[in-house]
Design a protein around this ligand. Structure first.
Ligand SMILES: *[C@@H]1O[C@H](CO)[C@@H](O)[C@H](O)[C@H]1NC(C)=O
Length: 216
């Protein structure tokens, strides 16, 4: 009886699996050890040039997991790409403010530009009930300037979620499918056509390291 039930499930399951356009849900949670495997420097903040900006892998892991959950980022390839971008842009989580060259209001863990930090702050104020950011605060900060707008979204909770927000709200479906499939072409297209940056060896080598883990 058991065996029969197994075959029934298997035969129903197979065509569904083959038809699936994206890899299945990655239910495992990212751990600090996974982050350290990708970026060994994230193990400590001891030598951080701006200690107040630094987060260790242990600090970061729960916030990154929360961001995946909030923005429905379930495919391993997509999770890996977002984490690669954040680790690259923040120098293994040593920074959350742009210092080189030092664009005022540019920051968060994916070094989002000021225009998008404002959009992000508005989005959070309007769409997340307990975001801790009110529309009034966003308007006040906007009047004061981009540094104040960045400060609204640059705590742990939201600075580790901006890359996920950006992908979910500012990129199109083709980009999201390309990341989920974790092809190098998908990664390149994400960088050039949505993030608006260039493909470099440094960026791609961290992505390759992450993809090589195959799962968390
Ligand atoms: C709230 O979320 C929806 C869906 O992403 C979006 O279209 C809308 O612009 C957001 N509101 C603000 C103020 O950003």
């Amino acid at each position: 009886m058991r065996l029969k039930a197994f075959f029934v499930i298997f035969s129903l399951g197979l065509p569904v699996y083959m038809a699936a356009p994206v890899p299945p849900c990655n239910v495992a949670r990212l751990t600090s050890a996974d982050i350290i495997a990708m970026a060994p420097k994230a193990s400590s903040c001891a030598a951080a040039p701006f200690p107040s900006e630094c987060a260790t892998a242990t600090d970061a892991a729960p916030w990154v997991n929360m961001a995946y959950h909030l923005f429905d980022i379930h495919a391993f390839g997509t999770q890996a790409a977002l984490l690669s971008l954040m680790l690259y842009e923040s120098g293994s989580f040593k920074y959350d403010i742009n210092h080189y060259p030092g664009v005022p209001g540019q920051g968060t863990r994916n070094m989002q530009t000021p225009v998008f930090n404002l959009k992000y702050a508005r989005w959070l104020a309007a769409n997340v009930t307990d975001s801790g950011i009110s529309m009034q605060q966003v308007e006040d900060a906007e009047t004061e300037g981009p540094v104040q707008v960045l400060a609204l979204v640059n705590g742990d909770r939201w600075s580790f979620a901006s890359a996920a927000w950006f992908l979910a709200t500012q990129c199109d479906e083709v980009i999201r499918l390309g990341l989920a499939a974790y092809t190098e072409q998908g990664w390149n297209t994400y960088l050039t056509e949505c993030v608006g940056t260039t493909v470099t060896d440094d960026r791609t080598s961290i992505w390759k390291k992450t993809i090589a883990l195959e799962k968390w």
